[in-house]
Design a protein around this ligand. Structure first.
Ligand SMILES: *Cc1c(COP(=O)(O)O)cnc(C)c1O
Length: 462
């Protein structure tokens, strides 16, 4: 399998190279040159597989030319064994045709564990083979940081530096980053906001001269294709559980950077019968504005009750734009790089192409809270605020649709107490493996919002 850049200005790479790079050197994102196809017979043969077995069948289509299959199988078995639920991604039924897919049974209680637990293991595997050290550097406003630290803390060949805005993440989120044990774990509180963190990371990637010889930086945000790949699996898993792959299923996805829903799009492209893909946004609704009115322009970043979806631009949308512009990389580049200056539009035919695949819905904070209370009253089931946006969006977009709809539950409700309290409900306890989170010892470094402070710290500690 070869991967090409959405901007078309650098050579194709294999999976190992894509995993170790993240962003393509021309500023684009890697996508598979050809999406592997799954036949109806193959789907049928997969319908009773357990999660890890299914993950192996799907992921090997993307990775197998880079490693022996028995090694991949061992890594995948090991990855999904750390999830606390025997089914890994269990389904809950809320109504006749409405399901919730629980993706929060990993170590950090958010769906990001599905990809980052695998990424850490794959990274260490390839680095051990190359006898090479890397440093992961990332900025986070919440869930990515803890999932990355948990996913890579056992890695022998990886040191991690996760920047987050000092005093601007929730206590649970901070503690999930600052209490991860391990000599290779560095949680860095930056005296600034999330943009400051991200700018420092961008500058460090652009000039890696400060690193000791032989080292490189690796990006683990959702621009890294390996994360998308791991997320394709649960779309197959849910659809096969509900219909055996015999009839179409819709998915409603709480969306920020468009990584998770892009994985659903790839599942559909691979041959899984998928009906609608519903983009649920909060008030940071750039994608909803595009789908509903063919206007793609920057808004202001506004804090919401579903903070992991608070974005101005969805970076992975560029991967879909590659298909929308039928592989014309000049058009992709112009669309993405022109965004800062003006609102972008596509032709009616292109807009229609997008609307044939995606629906969208914007769910504000009040509606999010109402949805949490409604579902609790009707089903005794507690949604986290991100998941609630997805459930609401499914109800709006699929009201007359006879096919089942699966709402992805992207986080555990115990992680986001504010919204639960505002919905008038009692916050649930953290699951057993995190029950003592508030008593654990924290380790962090506070640094000013300056590139040199961060690069100096990395140099000193590597
Ligand atoms: C990251 C995250 C999202 C958004 O996922 P994207 O892939 O960025 O669209 C939604 N919900 C939760 C809980 C998250 O952590």
């Amino acid at each position: 399998m070869r991967y090409i850049s959405t901007r078309g200005k650098c050579p194709a790479q294999n999976f190992e190279q894509v995993l170790l790079t993240g962003l393509a050197p021309d500023g684009g994102l890697y996508i598979p040159e050809q999406v592997p196809q799954v036949s109806a017979e193959q789907l049928h043969a997969w319908k009773d597989l357990g999660y890890a077995e299914l993950a192996f069948e799907i992921i090997r289509l993307y990775v197998a030319d880079c490693m022996p299959e028995e090694d991949l199988r061992a890594i995948i078995d090991d990855t999904y064994a750390v999830f606390s639920h025997p089914e890994v991604a269990p389904l809950q039924q809320l109504g006749d045709n409405e399901y919730v897919l629980e993706l929060f049974h990993g170590p950090t209680l958010a769906f990001k564990d599905f990809a980052l637990q695998l990424l850490g293991r794959l990274l260490d595997y390839f680095l051990a083979r190359r006898q090479k050290h890397v440093a992961i550097l990332g900025a986070t406003s919440g869930d990515t940081g803890s999932a990355a630290l948990e996913g890579c803390r056992h890695c022998e060949w990886v040191d991690m530096y996760i920047l987050y805005p000092h005093n601007r993440v929730s206590e649970v989120q901070r503690r999930q980053m600052t209490t991860v044990p391990g000599d290779n774990v560095n949680s860095i509180a930056i005296e600034g906001n999330f943009d400051d963190c991200q700018n420092i990371v961008k500058q460090a990637f652009a000039d890696q001269g400060f690193l000791p010889a032989g080292y490189q930086l690796v990006a683990v945000n959702s621009i890294n294709f390996s994360r998308i790949m791991a997320q394709i699996v649960y779309y197959f898993y849910a659809a096969l559980k509900i219909t055996g792959g015999e009839k179409p299923v819709s998915f409603s996805v709480p969306t920020g950077n468009f990584g998770d829903i892009y994985a659903g799009y790839l599942a559909k492209k691979m041959g899984l019968p998928v009906d609608r893909l519903i983009i649920a946004t909060n008030k940071n609704d750039i994608l909803h504005r595009f789908i509903s009115s063919n206007q793609y322009n920057l808004g202001n970043l506004e804090p919401s009750l579903s903070p992991s979806m608070d974005i101005m631009v969805s970076s992975n949308f560029e991967r879909f734009l590659f298909d929308l512009f039928e592989g014309n990389t000049e058009q992709v580049t112009a669309f993405v790089t022109g965004l800062g200056r003006n609102a972008q539009q596509v032709t009616d035919a292109q807009w229609q192409f997008a609307k044939d695949i995606f629906d969208s819905c914007r769910v504000d904070d009040d509606t999010t809270c109402n949805t949490i209370s409604e579902v609790f009253a009707a089903n005794g089931y507690l949604l986290d605020p991100h998941t609630a946006t997805g459930v609401k969006a499914a109800r709006v977009c699929c009201a007359d649709n006879p096919n089942p709809v699966v709402c992805l539950a992207t986080a555990h409700p115990a992680k986001f107490a504010d919204a639960i309290t505002r919905a008038g409900l009692k916050t649930p306890a953290l699951p057993p493996h995190l029950a003592d989170l508030m008593e654990r010892e924290e380790r962090m470094t506070v640094l000013p919002a300056e590139l040199s402070a961060v690069t100096g710290y990395i140099k000193k500690t590597l």
